[in-house]
Write a protein that binds this ligand. Sequence first.
Ligand SMILES: Nc1ncnc2c1ncn2[C@@H]1O[C@H](COP(=O)(O)OP(=O)(O)O)[C@@H](O)[C@H]1O
Ligand SMILES: [Mg+2]
Length: 500
Amino acid sequence: MNAPQEIEVLIRAKYPILYIVSWEERRVEDAVQKVCTGLNRTLHTWSITQGMKPTVSGPGGPMKSTSLPGELEALATVHGAPEYTVFLLKDFHPYMKDYRVVRLLRDLATRLRGRAETLILMGPSLNLPTDLEKDITVVEFGLPEVSDIELTLDRITDAVKDNANIDTKLEPKQREALVKSAQGLTQDEIESVFARSLVERRKFDLDIVLEEKKQIIRKSGLLEYYAPDAQIKDVGGLEVLKEWLDKRAESFTDKAKEFGIPSPKGILLLGVQGCGKSLVAKAVASQWNLPLLKLDVGRIFGSLVGQSEENIRSAIKVSESVAPCILWADELEKGFAGVSGGGVSDSGTTARVFSTFLTWMQEKTAPVFLMATANDVSSLPPEMLRKGRFDEIFFVDLPDAEEREQIFSIHILKRKRDVEKFNLKALAKASDGFSGAEIEQAIVSALYVAFDAKRELLQKDVIGELKATVPLSVMMREDIQQLRDWAILRTRPASKKNPA
Ligand SMILES: Nc1ncnc2c1ncn2[C@@H]1O[C@H](COP(=O)(O)OP(=O)(O)O)[C@@H](O)[C@H]1O
Ligand SMILES: [Mg+2]
């Protein structure tokens, strides 16, 4: 069911107050008008600047005016209105902080229940006071769908058909790609970007649309287009995990869909810091050839209570509009900390955001692969880790000797040195308990030593650095052991062998 259909059902079912979340006033107004015309309801539209205006006439009749301040007057008008009327109040969210408005809305919820009269509030963000949660039904007004975008494209094509300088011809494949690329934009954005493309390039150009989309994702501030700067061959060890990922490399293609393969949901990489979890997330994007969207877990929970829910919804929407893609939630525990602890005084926002996220994980059908990482489980709520949320939870432990050899070889090569000149076995032996990040760091520090001595990098420089370093695994021995004990029963090891 799409949003206009949902609105129609709710109006017919006499739901008293609806809240439509959308940036797109024009589309929402159009949709509500159509519904009201279809149902033969009078529609009045209100905004603080325009006041109450009849939009669709019907059996509801005209309104009298009062001398109250704008938003209160609007609500009073709704209260006194006859049946078969619908009110659409634009940009109403700022007033919902006023206790008088809240009280009036609660009164209205009672009065309108069971009457053929509906109050619709709309605004770009959802910020419901807790008192009103039970009285208001939230409707998500989604972004334009493929069919809407096609209509827009046809309309624009038609508008410029007499202009000889513009070439609007599109092969079916090009047309499909163009329409797909415009998903995730609002109606206004789609119109502007198509128009801009015709002005700048004299044709419909996919690159311009994609550029616009990156802009929008950047502006949202919660997601970041991440250029995948790592590849699977940059990851040492973690054979089981790599095999799992390799097997699914094609699973988002049309071919896989035809074969009957469901898109994988996502995985959680849990484990010791510096062992390659973030690295793998980046590498998967290159391997699977999908865009990587990094979710700013900290920002989602922003400082403004109430906005957080809207934040997570919008991040989910944007990621779905870019699908197929990988949504990378790095260091998940940073956002979800305290959900189960109860010690936080944010009046349940964290818990609500968390449950929105969980529900989405459970029910999502859009091909968004969630790649979550975490260094610590103690602050992750247990519901998160229940079976069925992730396809798999992998435990990423410290690398064993063989894996450390691979990691040395990867990073020596990365610094454009000849691996043959190093004794990898000896390096692996000297780096027992080191993470991949610490191995990389030892090589970098050794490079400084060699550079300072004005000679080439030698084995002894690296060994010297290793000896001078106390790895995190020594300082945090107990924490790591605890994590291992926990993980052994609940997760799958990412590597074939676990280090002793
Ligand atoms: N298994 C590994 N193979 C190769 N390099 C690694 C590995 N683990 C860590 N590194 C190096 O250390 C850096 C930091 O690791 P990272 O992926 O951020 O660790 P984590 O996310 O598990 O804390 C990586 O960018 C990479 O250069
Ligand atoms: Mg990391």
